[in-house]
Design a protein around this ligand. Sequence first.
Ligand SMILES: C[S@@+](CC[C@H](N)C(=O)[O-])C[C@H]1O[C@@H](n2cnc3c(N)ncnc32)[C@H](O)[C@@H]1O
Length: 259
Amino acid sequence: MTLEFPILRSLATRVPVVTALIVQVVAFGVVLGLLSRPLAHLPSPWSGYALLVAWGLLAALGTVLLLRSAWWWPIQVVVPWVVLLGIRADLPPWIWLVALVGSLVVFGGGIFTRVPLYLSNPSAWEALSALAAPGCRAVDLGAGFGGPMRALARAQPTGQFLSVEASPVTALVCALLALPYRRVQVRWASLWSQSLTDMDLVYVFLSPVPMERLWAKARAEMRPGSLVVSNTFPIPGVAPERVIPLTGRTDARLFVYRV
Ligand SMILES: C[S@@+](CC[C@H](N)C(=O)[O-])C[C@H]1O[C@@H](n2cnc3c(N)ncnc32)[C@H](O)[C@@H]1O
């Protein structure tokens, strides 16, 4: 027998981190409701520790089943202990709010796209600059701090370059770093709202999750012959025109696709 919960499945696919959080809260409620009485017979502090272990294991099981991805379990098992440490450290409650808001403004742009913040290295900038034709219009979708487009502007005496970033603080840093560059623009926006019709080159360094959708968008909007260049993550089922190895990580390479 398989149980299907379409709403939970869709939430799990779209925002795994929120799903993991909800599972933690539910596991806490279940364990507290079912086990607090029987465990109260154990001597202190063992009853409390047993509760934390049961809470973590239940959360891990629920998350692995819902997200169908095993690497969540160590995170979920550790969370109750982090909560305990937080309580014991007697931190003022506003610290948690500040930590949450701080994470959202730096990493929030990637929650729905499931793309964290990590940066292309200079070897990627160099290979990208060699691919850009003089006078080209290029965009970095999910620009982080904007290194790739600034590097293009330095390498190309002509052309227009755009960095699109969804996380507010990251976009602000990107905009400040781009101030000295006349030909680099920065947009604080979702990459899905960015029109690609005028672009000769799209650069991305995202994750495996959005690649198929991104290719569909590029094919629908870009002129034939323009380029989509993806750092590290290939487009599933599409043969790249070129693969350019990069220095650094062993899997670091640019996948070059022609629309
Ligand atoms: C891996 S970083 C790459 C940064 C930069 N492109 C580079 O190569 O140095 C991915 C960035 O994409 C941003 N991002 C994720 N989803 C996004 C979306 N839907 N719209 C715009 N930016 C997004 C993240 O906030 C993160 O800063």
